[in-house]
Design a binder for this molecule. Structure first.
Ligand SMILES: O=C(O)C(=O)C[C@]1(C(=O)O)C=C[C@@H](O)C=C1
Length: 342
């Protein structure tokens, strides 16, 4: 494949570059503000696009239209332009308006980012929004993403944004509420149920605001989803305040109490939990294999046996900490290190 042109080298552009490198796809990047390593840096739009087939626009959604306008005079019908924004209705409007029928384009949303890529999380999913102006663009984009190891889901821009309003936007909304109200600050311990949200809370804290604003303000369905959530929370709050106990409140107002509903799911058998855990173990082995491959590429050849001994000693210590037989755990890791999965 000819090289991929990355327009924008922020958090996502850079992370995508690493993924391209991992699968051996050459890329070049242009960004007036980001630090781009010299071998990858294009010094002009002309240099960026020359010889490229795929042009990935990885800029904040509010800048998309202007960036597309500045690229437009340099784009040719041989190019394929993809955006990677977290919302789809507005970027697709900008693509339609600026590139129209002349230059092939398609809207896409990779449902992963720098954090999940750094941890080699799988599956990597991408939503693709085919458009009638360029029916051949979606299959080309699908081939590109599948070549990177992604699963591709096709959706309309509206369908995509409706789902994102109820998932992405609301999760970040709740997480930001917890950050801003101080609820999530310096918790000394937390129950397991908090863990699912804690990653989003960390993302909200690390985000300079671009991601949060894009998924809330650039999604035409987010206002309504937030309003519905707030109304539901107000109702729940009012019911809780009005009723003396949870059980009485649920009987009076229909608040669902897990486990008390007649159709509460039956607890899973240990066998099913074991199957689920084993599936997770296999997924973890796949991620470990990928990270180990990256580590081998990054690190200089050194004293392998000494490294292995240190690694095993740490795992034996973890085993003791968790009350598992240290020798058994060592044997498992020796098997992993000795297998093709290392
Ligand atoms: O993996 C990360 O670093 C992310 O934050 C990924 C994440 C998210 O899960 O919120 C961020 C924005 C994208 O639109 C999709 C995924």
């Amino acid at each position: 494949m000819s090289h991929v042109a990355l327009v924008g080298y922020g958090r996502f552009g850079r992370a995508l570059g690493t993924l391209l490198e991992a699968v051996g796809v050459e890329h070049r990047a242009l960004d007036p503000v980001a630090d781009i390593p010299e071998p990858l840096r294009a010094h002009s739009v002309h240099e960026l696009l020359e010889g490229a087939e795929l042009v990935v626009v990885a800029v904040p959604v509010p800048q998309m239209r202007d960036v597309l306008r500045s690229l437009r005079p340099h784009l040719k019908p041989e190019h394929l332009v993809l955006d990677v924004g977290s919302v789809k209705v507005k970027p697709v409007e900008a693509l339609t308006e600026v590139l129209g029928e002349q230059v092939p384009w398609v809207g896409t949303h990779p449902l992963f980012g720098p954090l999940s890529l750094a941890m080699a999380e799988r599956p990597m999913r991408v939503v693709l929004c085919p458009n009638p102006l360029h029916p051949e663009a979606a299959p080309r984009a699908r081939r590109f993403y599948e070549g990177l190891g992604c699963e591709v889901i096709e959706q309309s821009p509206e369908g995509h944004d409706q789902v994102m309003a109820r998932t992405h936007a609301l999760t970040f909304f709740v997480a930001k509420g917890m950050v801003d109200s101080g609820a999530a600050a310096d918790v000394p311990f937390a129950p397991a149920s908090f863990k699912a949200l804690s990653r989003t809370i960390e993302t909200v804290r690390a985000d300079a605001g671009h991601l949060f604003n894009a998924i809330q303000q650039e999604n035409p369905f987010a206002t309504q989803a937030r309003g519905q959530l707030l109304a539901a929370l107000q109702d729940i709050h009012r019911d809780l305040e009005a009723a003396p106990t949870v059980t009485q409140a649920s009987e009076a107002a229909g608040v669902a109490v897990p486990g008390l509903e007649p159709e509460a799911p039956a607890p899973r058998e240990p066998r099913e939990h074991i199957d689920a855990l084993d599936r997770e173990l296999v997924e973890l082995l796949a991620r470990r294999e990928e990270l180990a491959r990256r580590q081998r590429r990054a690190q200089e050849a050194g004293n392998e046996p000494a490294r292995t001994e240190t690694l095993l000693a740490v795992r034996r210590a973890w085993a003791r900490e968790l009350g598992v037989d240290a020798q058994e755990v060592e044997a498992v890791f020796r098997a992993v290190l000795g297998s093709g999965l290392r």
